[in-house]
Design a protein around this ligand. Structure first.
Ligand SMILES: [Zn+2]
Ligand SMILES: [Zn+2]
Ligand SMILES: [Zn+2]
Length: 170
């Protein structure tokens, strides 16, 4: 038992289970970090706790304010270093959802997105949506696509319909 663990909110366990089906606890992720040659430091534990409890994608700024709310002594530079190192170890991943800053999540919850440029609505896209594209890219160019890194931008069904009505209605 570490002293940092005592600082977690009592709800962290419950939300973790529903959040990331691949891993069930921060301890499990930290075990993975150690197994891959990384160090399970107190500041990394806090960062992972914040990611576990997040219901949405978090930018570096969001994460920094959450981490510092719990442990004000953790410097921003440490948070940046931890994000970089945890990503290198493959336990967290970042994604770009449009024009905003990159957002982070646990690698086990990583997924692809469709983002509407008109209204900003965001949809999770299943991997099989990109299966044919992945096959073609690999076959023709030997290229392995990573559809989770960047969102596909466009217009959602609502916005397409609104525009059609506006143009046909006169
Ligand atoms: Zn990137
Ligand atoms: Zn839209
Ligand atoms: Zn998402």
């Amino acid at each position: 038992m570490s002293s940092v663990g005592a600082m977690t909110s009592p709800t962290s366990g419950a939300s973790a289970a529903s959040k990331a089906p691949g891993v069930t606890s921060v301890d499990e992720v930290l075990a993975l970090v150690r197994a891959r040659g990384g160090r399970a430091t107190a500041s990394r534990r806090i960062l992972l706790e914040v990611l576990f409890e997040s219901s949405d994608h978090r930018s570096v700024e969001d994460l920094a304010s959450d981490v510092q709310a719990r442990a004000p002594e953790v410097h921003l530079s440490t948070i940046y270093r931890n994000l970089e190192e945890l990503e290198r170890l493959g336990v967290i991943a970042h994604t770009h959802l449009g024009h905003g800053p990159a957002t982070y999540q646990l690698a086990t919850s990583a997924h692809s997105h469709l983002v509407c440029e008109c209204c900003g609505r965001r949809f999770e896209a299943p991997d099989e949506l990109f299966a044919e594209l992945a096959r073609q890219a690999s076959q023709r160019y030997g290229f392995s696509i990573d559809p989770r890194h960047f969102a596909i931008l466009g217009r959602c069904a609502n916005c397409v319909q609104e525009q059609e009505m506006a143009s046909s209605g006169g």
